[in-house]
Design a protein around this ligand. Structure first.
Ligand code: PLP
Length: 396
């Protein structure tokens, strides 16, 4: 007799999966597919980090559950240099990807999870698997889909004493938008008032397009956990290394997560942790690598954004990372004449007609009838795909 955990049964097959299957089908028929659904950095892992991995390939022992002390120290130093926040090695927890750490955070913590949408695809399935209560906050296009202090306050007010973790992700997946320091300060004030824990997912922080990424931990140091890792800015998603940086006030939560870690993944791959030390220590070559990556993403992002705007497909201006969140509402009546009334159908049809694979916003927590999608511009051939789409849909 096969039986499933009830929470798993609550999970639906994602619309993204359907798009991926369809892409494969079309490719097998010899059609050109432009995969603008991809979420991996297009850049190679920086050479000094690869070299360090080579040198440490022989490291074979289990490392401490919380992580390699030298790496935890290097990460604390990184945040002190980049953000001016004082953290020690004791404040850092290493895991096999920030996704895994998010999962064990939810295992260790009692309370609700506040998720502003659109949001990264895995926050809510993780909560569903663990049977947690989610407070959804629907953000709005006029705010570039960013959480406002008022929206946060209205959620917290519904039950002010309830323990909550609020997820903030910026530069954001799927929108590419980020927050100004002023907006972060206001969100921090609300967070402090209701004593919520902020899980600030800053995994795209180093890939900001101009100026400097500002962590909200600067304004709410006592209640912010920063989540990041090597996957995006170092292009090393498959290496599986993530980290959480805690304030001393939340050390109890770090310790609780370490207990869960010790009974589950034990510790993160030793060679990868040694190599990661190189990524987080001061390094001219890596600074240069990052400046180049930021410059390239900025210009490709702007190019895509301006082409979309010309087509009256509006999206927030890209500010970091490598995603855009176009809204096809302008074409709504035309699309509905073709029988397209939700983001899943939109993406399927776009793929069939033009070979462009986007991901439907439904998987990012938006209502299915919203004609939005995620476009990832790390496939640099995509510029051609946009040209094709323009030709196909130009007669509104
Ligand atoms: N957070 C966001 C916003 C992401 O886009 C991703 C990866 O796509 C992750 C977290 C997870 O990254 P990793 O588990 O590779 O550290």
């Amino acid at each position: 007799r096969i039986d499933l955990n009830l929470n798993i049964r609550g999970l639906k097959k994602s619309a993204t999966l359907a798009i991926n299957e369809k892409s494969r089908e079309l490719q097998e028929q010899g059609r050109q597919v432009y995969k603008l659904g991809f979420g991996q950095s297009p850049f190679p892992v920086p050479d000094p980090v690869v070299e360090s991995l080579r040198q440490h390939a022989h490291e074979k022992d289990y490392l401490p559950v919380k992580g390699l002390p030298a790496l935890r120290q290097a990460i604390a130093g990184f945040y002190e240099r980049q953000q001016g926040i004082k953290r020690t090695a004791e404040d850092v927890l290493i895991g096999p990807g920030s996704k895994e750490l998010l999962f064990i955070l939810q295992l260790a913590y009692y309370g609700d999870l506040v998720i502003p949408t659109p949001s990264w695809v895995s926050y809510s399935p993780q909560a569903i698997i663990l049977g947690r209560r989610v407070n959804w906050v629907k953000t709005h296009q006029e705010n570039d889909w960013r959480l406002t202090p008022e929206e946060l306050e209205s959620i917290c007010e519904t039950d002010p004493e309830r323990p909550r973790i609020v997820i903030l992700n910026y530069p954001a997946n799927p929108t590419g938008a980020t927050y100004t320091a002023d907006r972060l300060k206001k969100i921090a004030e609300v967070a402090r008032k209701y004593k919520v824990i902020l899980l600030s997912d800053e995994i795209y922080g180093e890939l900001h397009h101009s100026g400097q990424h500002v962590s909200i931990a600067r304004y709410y140091p006592e209640g912010t956990i920063i989540s990041s890792g090597l996957s995006k800015w170092c292009g090393a998603g498959g290496w599986r290394l993530g980290m959480f940086v805690f304030p001393e006030e939340l050390r109890w939560l770090l310790d609780a997560m370490a207990i869960v870690a010790s009974e589950t993944f034990t510790s993160t791959s030793a060679p990868i942790q040694y190599a990661a030390v190189e990524a987080f220590r001061p390094h001219e070559e890596i600074d240069r690598y990052l400046r180049d990556a930021q410059r390239i993403l900025r210009s490709v992002g702007r190019h895509f954004h301006s082409r979309l705007t010309q087509m009256r497909v509006f999206a927030p201006k890209p500010a970091g990372g490598f995603y855009l969140f176009p809204n096809f509402a302008f074409y709504q009546s035309n699309l509905s004449n073709k029988g397209i009334s939700n983001s899943g159908q939109l993406c399927e049809r776009l793929l069939e007609d033009t070979g462009i694979a986007l991901l439907p916003s439904y998987d990012f927590g938006r209502p299915s009838e919203e004609l939005t999608a995620r476009l990832s511009y790390v496939d640099f051939d995509g510029a051609m795909a946009l040209q094709l789409a323009r030709t196909t849909y130009k007669d509104k």
